[in-house]
Design a protein around this ligand. Sequence first.
Ligand SMILES: Nc1nc2c(ncn2[C@@H]2O[C@H](COP(=O)(O)OP(=O)(O)O)[C@@H](O)[C@H]2O)c(=O)[nH]1
Ligand SMILES: [Mg+2]
Length: 263
Amino acid sequence: MTVGGEQGLEGEEARRSSGGAAPRRVTAVIPALNEAPSIAGVVEGLHGAEVLSGGVVVVDNGSTDGTGDIARRAGACVVREERRGYGYACRAGVLAAEDADVIVLLDGDAADDPGDLPRVLEPLLAGEADLVVGSRALGSRERGSMTFQQVFGNGLAALLMRNIYGVRVTDLGPFRAICRRDLLALEMREMTYGWSVEMMVKAARAGYRYREVPVTYRRRIGVSKVGGTLLGSLRAGWCIISTTVRYRRWEPQESPAAVGAGP
Ligand SMILES: Nc1nc2c(ncn2[C@@H]2O[C@H](COP(=O)(O)OP(=O)(O)O)[C@@H](O)[C@H]2O)c(=O)[nH]1
Ligand SMILES: [Mg+2]
C-alpha cells in the first residue's frame, strides 16, 4: 500500500539522494483500539509535520466506536487488524506502509505529543542512531499520565535491559522511530504487550545504535486499555518482564543496521 504520496521521495531514490546514509520517506503508524475521542486530534496534529512525507497509517484494531472512520476523515490511511493485540496492530501498520523508509510509532490516545516528532526522528535521519525511543523519564510527564504500576514496571524492565543487554535505557515509551527494513529484520514475534520491549532487546542483540530523546507525556484522552486497570497492568507487566529476558540469546538472521553502522 502506498501511503502519503506526492511529497516524499520514493525509497531507493531517497537512499541514493542522501548518499545511502539517511533514508527519508517517513510514515507514522498508530495502533488504535476504540480511540474515537482522540484519534482525529492525533492524526491532525501529525499532518502539520513537514518531516512526515509518507503520511499517517492508523491501524484500527477491531474498534467498535467508529475509530477507523474518524481517522480516515482526519486524513489517515486506515487499515484494519482484527486480531486484538498491540503488537498485531503495530505489525499490520508497518506491513501496510510498504513504501516507507522510516517508521514512527506512537499511540492513538493523544498521550504522546506530535510536537516531539522532529526530536524523535532527528538522530535517525542524521544517521546517528538506528532505533530512537522517546523517554518519558528523561522528559516530562503530566500528573496522572502514568499510573504507579506503569512507572514501576517500566523502570524495572529498563533496569533489566541495562543489566542483561548493556543498553542505557530509562523507559519503554511508545513514541519511537526505526528504519522499516531494520524493524522487519528483527522478525518480531510478540503480538501483544511485549512488542515494544522485543524491539528494544532484539535491536540491542543486532547491534543497532540506540538513542533516547526526552519527550512529553500527557494524560490520555479516553479509557486506557493497559495501564488503567490492575489486571491489565499485571498482564502487561508480566509480558514485558518475560519478554525482556526471553531474547537474551537471540541472534539476527541479518542485521542491516549493524552492517551499515561500521566499526
Ligand atoms: N492495549 C491494547 N492497546 C491497543 C490494542 N490495539 C491497539 N491498541 C492501541 O495501543 C495504544 C496503547 O494502549 P493504551 O490503552 O493507551 O495503553 P496505556 O497507555 O499503557 O494505558 C493505544 O493507542 C491503543 O488504542 C490492543 O489490542 N491492546
Ligand atoms: Mg496510552
